[in-house]
Design a protein around this ligand. Structure first.
Ligand SMILES: Nc1ncnc2c1ncn2[C@@H]1O[C@H](COP(=O)(O)OP(=O)(O)OP(=O)(O)O)[C@@H](O)[C@H]1O
Ligand SMILES: [Mg+2]
Length: 241
């Protein structure tokens, strides 16, 4: 069953008199448990697509169903609630808040969802521990490495146990070794919890982690490949040898 079903998606940006069609009609499906990657050159519409899928931006035409909900039919309040309950976000520049510790950063979206502070902090500690980040719980972003920061950001995205995690260039600011470490981490979570990841990237090195690859160019689908069997993390690591 499709977790995300996109049909004839179009996005036209209007700047004054000018119109620019960033997405020219796309249809595809993301299945539950996918490690789904969206690739394409700079300006091809990757971020626009991710913003439409995640409800950050509204498409001009077409439909997006997530978990059997037509997100265009939701009011702003319902959309905010739907996003908080079903989605997690990871961005290139971590988006961690400098004046908050790792624990507080992870707890933040839980508090925003109305969880009590004590419970949110406990959950944050539990998630960071489960992700091998016990040593950074009370540290500030400036006191931990880039890879650790990105893993904290991923922990934050996962803390509310979302069905789907959107990531825009999650390895964009990392070196090769750290990129693989962060991808290993996501792959492990993907397998362990069957959580769905939709990852926008222009980093060909990390494509081997995906089981579905959508390539776009100039706002259109250039190719789509889905592997028969979901690649396990072991297969990916085996390929390294
Ligand atoms: N708010 C906006 N208003 C007008 N045009 C926009 C806006 N945002 C993006 N665009 C245009 O839409 C096209 C797609 O942009 P988008 O940010 O989706 O590309 P991208 O594939 O994510 O690129 P990159 O790899 O550089 O991040 C680009 O030509 C861009 O200039
Ligand atoms: Mg982009």
């Amino acid at each position: 069953m499709a977790l995300v079903k996109v049909t004839n998606l179009r996005k036209v940006y209007k700047t004054g008199e000018l119109e620019y069609e960033a997405l020219k009609g796309m249809s595809f499906e993301v299945e539950a448990g996918d490690m789904f990657m969206i690739l394409g050159p700079s300006g091809s519409g990757k971020t626009t697509l991710l913003n439409c899928l995640s409800g950050i931006d509204d498409p001009t035409a077409g439909s997006i169903w997530i978990n059997n909900v037509d997100i265009a039919k939701l009011s702003d309040d319902e959309k905010t609630k739907f996003r908080a309950e079903n989605m997690g976000f990871v961005f290139q520049a971590y988006n961690l808040i400098d004046v908050l510790t790792a624990k507080e950063n992870v707890a933040l979206p839980l508090l925003a969802r109305g969880m009590a502070e004590k419970e949110a902090n406990e959950r944050a500690i539990e998630v960071l521990r489960a992700h091998g980040l016990e040593h950074v719980i009370d540290k500030f972003p400036s006191q931990i490495s880039g890879g650790e920061r990105q893993r904290v950001a991923i922990s934050r995205a996962l803390a509310g146990n979302p069905k789907i995690i959107w990531a825009d260039e999650p390895t964009g600011a990392l070196d090769t070794k750290t990129s693989f470490m962060v991808m290993d981490f996501m792959k492990e979570l993907n397998e362990r919890n069957n959580q769905t990841f939709v990852i926008v990237t222009h980093d060909e090195k990390i494509v081997k982690y995906a089981n579905a690859v959508l390539r776009i160019d100039s706002g259109q689908i250039a190719s789509f490949e889905r592997f028969e069997r979901k690649k396990s993390r072991e297969d990916v690591l085996e390929g390294e040898k």
